[in-house]
Design a protein around this ligand. Structure first.
Ligand SMILES: *Cc1c(COP(=O)(O)O)cnc(C)c1O
Length: 450
């Protein structure tokens, strides 16, 4: 069968596909890049043009595309079997991966419940938390979450997240108390970092104190709130929140779907302060960004509360058809093998290379208000007036125009509003980091000075 032409693919796409997070009226008026292949850190379109994958194919690719070790692991698994169910049956890759995840996860997280998207991993965490308290004889219907948190797009995950443009049609869902993270206070009230940290912890504490006994869990993205537009936290915030959840006797759910697997310079964001949550969600980079795979890790204490004779129905009655898919687990095992001690040790330097390039080329630009970074997670916020922090009107489509200009320079990046997100694969080289940052700087200058 001959490959379809670019024109044919675009006709099919424009006539029948509904793209995620996309205003389709705008989409069909533009010519898309059609990615047909990839090679390491580069995407290759139908015309053979190469683009640096500056957002890791939406924050998930870790070691580059078509990594020989991961490709081989998937092929080898394919020669055995692609998928079998975990309902009533076990499988080698899902069992081995569970053991490997328990070994590298923060202390005490020894149980792995698989699903296939970050959002489903969060649903599982929320349901485990609700059921955990019910099994302990308490009804705790509420969650505490951070302002502008993002946890995925299914109903439960969405209700612990909040973003005005994403969620305005769906409020209200689960009962959720929202508290600001330190950065939200810096941003909204111009507080100095130390004051913002203190105020954010006060807000968390007073919420936990006043709602004591009704909160199933605090759920948050540790260290970096990604979809908010890369809102960083001081490293100590997470450990302080952990202490508060213990003091007020509630659970802590850390959503590391974005931050997990090396993104912040350590394997997990929790590792920066050796913090162990009660539940941890991972996704995106778990399979190296190859296949849809996510997991919810639970502490022994939570797991044990679900044990009992069958007829008491305390089991966790939850599952998805593709839970623990063998190909995806095989990819994940191969990806974890690539996290050698040397590879992990080299990660902080990658973040520093990016930081230096950003300082030199991006921060000085007139319309750049702020550059926020942890490791290889970067947000560049653009303003019409950077000094006064006056935003661009949304109909100016400034972020969108910048990523189009970056595309002309062979770079694929994506905006969140007027925040330009960079999140390259961990396999990015120093030269590629500099090329990514200088190319994005040129694109910003071209669009914002016009
Ligand atoms: C992307 C993301 C999710 C959702 O993951 P999906 O696989 O897109 O469902 C959840 N939490 C965080 C922190 C994320 O960044």
């Amino acid at each position: 069968m001959a490959d379809a032409t670019y024109e044919q693919i675009v006709r099919w796409d424009h006539a029948h596909l509904w793209h995620p997070f996309t205003q389709m009226q705008e989409w069909v008026a533009e010519s898309p890049v059609v990615v047909a292949a990839a090679d390491g850190n580069y995407l290759i379109d139908t015309e053979g043009r190469r683009y640096l994958d500056g957002v890791s194919s939406l924050w998930c690719n870790v070691h580059g595309h078509r990594h020989p070790a991961i490709d081989d692991a998937i092929r080898a698994q394919l020669d055995r079997v692609a998928h079998t169910t975990l309902l009533g049956l076990a499988s080698p890759p899902s069992a081995e991966l569970a053991a490997r995840l328990a070994a590298i996860a923060p202390d005490g997280l020894n149980r792995v419940f698989y699903s296939d998207a970050g959002a489903t991993a969060v649903e599982v965490a929320l349901k485990l938390a609700l059921q955990y308290w019910r099994l302990r004889g308490e009804t705790r219907p509420r969650f505490v979450a951070l302002t502008e948190g993002y946890h995925g797009d299914t109903l439960g995950a969405m209700s612990v997240g909040f973003s005005e443009p994403f969620h305005r049609f769906y409020e209200p869902l689960l009962p959720v108390e929202r508290v600001p993270a330190p950065y939200a206070l810096e941003r909204e009230h111009g507080l100095a970092p130390a004051d913002a940290l203190a105020r954010a912890l006060e807000a968390m504490e007073s919420t936990l104190a006043s709602a004591r006994g009704t909160i199933a869990a605090v759920v948050l993205e540790p260290l970096m709130q990604g979809a908010a537009g890369m809102w960083p936290q001081p490293v100590s915030y997470l450990a302080e929140v952990r202490a508060l959840t213990r003091r007020y006797d509630t659970l802590l759910i850390c959503d590391e779907v974005a931050t997990g697997f090396g993104r912040t310079g350590r394997m997990f964001a929790c590792d920066h302060t050796s913090t162990s949550p009660d539940l941890l969600t991972v996704g995106k980079g778990l399979s190296g960004g190859y296949l849809p795979l996510a997991a919810t890790l639970a502490s022994d204490e939570i797991f044990e509360v679900f044990l009992g004779p069958y007829e008491e129905y305390t089991a966790f009655f939850h599952g998805h058809t593709f839970t623990g898919n063998a190909l995806a687990c095989a990819a994940a095992l191969a990806s974890l093998d690539l996290f050698t001690p040397a590879m992990l040790a080299a990660l902080p330097a990658k973040g520093e290379t990016l930081a230096r390039a950003l300082d030199t080329h991006v921060t000085p630009l007139a319309h750049v208000g702020e550059v926020r970074q942890h490791g290889t997670m970067i947000g560049i916020e653009l303003y019409e007036d950077a000094t006064r922090r006056t935003p661009y009107p949304s109909n100016a489509r400034t972020g969108h125009r910048v990523i189009r200009a970056a595309r002309d320079r062979g770079l694929i990046v994506r905006p969140l509003g007027n925040v330009i997100i960079l999140m390259p694969p961990l396999s990015i080289t120093d030269d590629e980091s500099v090329r990514l940052v200088t190319g994005v700087a040129e694109a910003i200058a071209e669009v914002t000075d016009a």
